[in-house]
Design a protein around this ligand. Structure first.
Ligand code: UDP
Length: 492
């Protein structure tokens, strides 16, 4: 996408305040860059450690003449009871740390309001967990948008569950995935079945989560509108359902990651890659088109050693080429999951990247023909944009909804992962055995008719994604409409 820079004497100024988590900062920085590319002044608000990860792409845009900058505010983690140096949700290692992190995010309201007073931006885009931003912006008469790194299907299904609680009327026996723990999500355009095991249990039991969900919902309803990282053609029925049936004012402006056209932008999103991107590209260049499986479980998910061992064995026996991103649970953890001699045996066809990979660069390479993913929405949409079919392995949050969306709605992937929700504690989750992993990987990467059809569909959907962000496309037009609406609202 090459967004046009619209010369503008009365430049609109937008504040973008992402929730402090890798997967929420990454797309929001892209949104900031997108606004700047359309001639607006974009200011990203973030904390000192998180700012270090966004500065490179912002600097590149500044050098190319865009009006984009970063405004730093302190993060009161220690005051909220967190250990020193934690400014990002990805560093949370126990469920008890969660409320403390949210307390710290609440404490940022005051410095944020000072910035609003000082700079008076024309409008604000803030992440959904920053619920108080709706109230703060209202004090200054500034419209607030909620940014969702999610799709309309998830937003609609989640809202249906919140309103109708269909799971309450059924038995919650999770031992049999085909038993009565299945329920239909009421009121959706398709008949979508879900299992009680796929819903986060803490959402029903813990006061903290119940309260937080209520606040998110209220701040959304009271906000000016919602920005959704999706495109109309991907899920027209759900885009309509969310806007018309549920009555939410929403703009689809994605896939946002398609803004990154150049290798440097693709390689340097989020953290610094643990591997030289030129080496990865050279490695991929040596492979046949569609022959490499990319395996990554995002920036937060944790997989236990027993499961990683099964995964290693499954990948080895599949005979496929693969790039596997492995993150240890704690920095000083030993790596005990690789079978003896594994790296030697898969040399040349298996590339292991520790910690952080240049994901966009990898997915966009023609050698990549499959993505084993934890179904975080950014990763899913990046895969959709690149036309790469998926093997789904969800763990928590919206990931089970995304798995259903991929496998049942757009039919661009096949399921593999466990059937129960697990977050920060993967010890009690049922193990996916290596023979099943081998079978599913071989199926997706193989030459069977169904797999070929899925690859074809993936390429078609990817074309639609690209068109949507080009001039004249649905997401491009939506962003134009939003900017125009803000111009009228602010009289600029
Ligand atoms: N990502 C990356 N390299 C990695 C892991 C993740 O660039 O090694 C990026 C990925 O491209 C995506 C984001 O981090 O944009 C992860 O977001 P997602 O919603 O997929 O998952 P989460 O991290 O929230 O589980």
């Amino acid at each position: 996408m090459a967004p046009a820079v619209i010369p503008d004497n009365h430049q609109l100024h937008v504040f973008l305040f992402p929730v402090m988590a890798q997967s929420l900062i990454i797309p929001m920085v892209d949104v900031a860059r997108l606004f700047a590319a359309r001639g607006l002044k974009s200011t990203i608000i973030t904390t000192p450690l998180n700012a270090m990860n966004v500065s490179k792409s912002v600097e590149r845009d500044r050098l190319s003449g865009l009006n984009i900058n970063v405004q730093i505010i302190p993060f009161p983690g220690v005051e909220a009871g967190l250990p020193e140096g934690i400014e990002c949700l990805n560093e949370i290692t126990s469920p008890e740390m969660m409320p403390k992190f949210f307390r710290a995010m609440d404490m940022v309201q005051e410095p944020f309001e000072k910035l609003l007073e000082e700079h008076r931006p024309d409008f604000v885009v803030a992440g959904m967990f920053l619920t108080w931003a709706t109230e703060s912006t209202a004090k200054f008469g500034i419209p607030r948008f909620v940014f969702h790194a999610a799709n309309f299907f998830y937003l609609s299904a989640k809202e249906s569950l919140r309103l109708h609680k269909p799971y309450e009327t059924i038995r919650t026996d999770h031992t049999d995935e085909n038993s009565s723990s299945l329920f239909v999500i009421p009121g959706l355009p398709d008949k979508i079945k879900m299992s009680t095991a796929q819903i986060p249990s803490h959402s029903e039991s813990s006061n903290f989560f119940v309260e937080m969900k209520k606040k998110i919902s209220e701040s959304e309803v009271n906000s000016y509108g919602i920005l959704v990282n999706s495109f109309y053609e991907l899920e027209p029925a759900y885009a309509e359902h969310y806007k018309i049936v549920l009555g939410r004012k929403a703009w689809h402006i994605g896939p946002i990651s398609l803004l990154n056209e150049h290798a440097a932008d693709k390689a340097q999103r989020g953290k610094k890659s643990a591997i030289d991107e030129h080496y990865v590209l050279k490695w991929l260049d040596s492979k046949e088109p569609n022959s490499v499986l990319y395996v990554s479980f995002g920036s937060v998910s944790r997989v236990n050693d027993n499961q990683l061992l099964e995964l290693a064995m499954g990948l080895e026996s599949s005979g496929c080429s693969f790039i596997w991103v492995v993150r240890k649970i704690k920095k000083d953890d030993e790596e005990r999951f690789l079978p003896t001699g594994f790296e030697e045996r898969v040399k040349g066809r298996g590339l292991i990247i520790r910690d952080w990979a240049p994901q966009l660069l990898i997915l966009d390479h023609q050698a990549v023909g499959g993505f084993m993913t934890h179904c975080g929405w950014n990763s899913v949409l990046e895969s959709i944009s690149a036309g790469v079919p998926m093997i789904t392995w969800p763990m928590f949050a919206d990931q089970f909804y995304n798995e259903i969306f991929i496998t049942q709605v757009i039919k661009m992937g096949t399921p593999l992962g466990p059937k129960e929700h697990n977050w920060l504690d993967s010890k009690n989750v049922s193990l996916v055995k290596n023979d099943k992993i081998e079978m599913v990987v071989s199926w997706l990467m193989g030459d069977g008719e169904e797999a070929k059809d899925m690859r074809k569909r993936a390429k078609e959907i990817s074309e639609m994604a690209k068109k949507s962000v080009e001039e004249g496309g649905s997401s491009y037009a939506n962003l134009t409409n939003l900017i125009e609406e803000m111009r009228i609202y602010t009289n600029k």
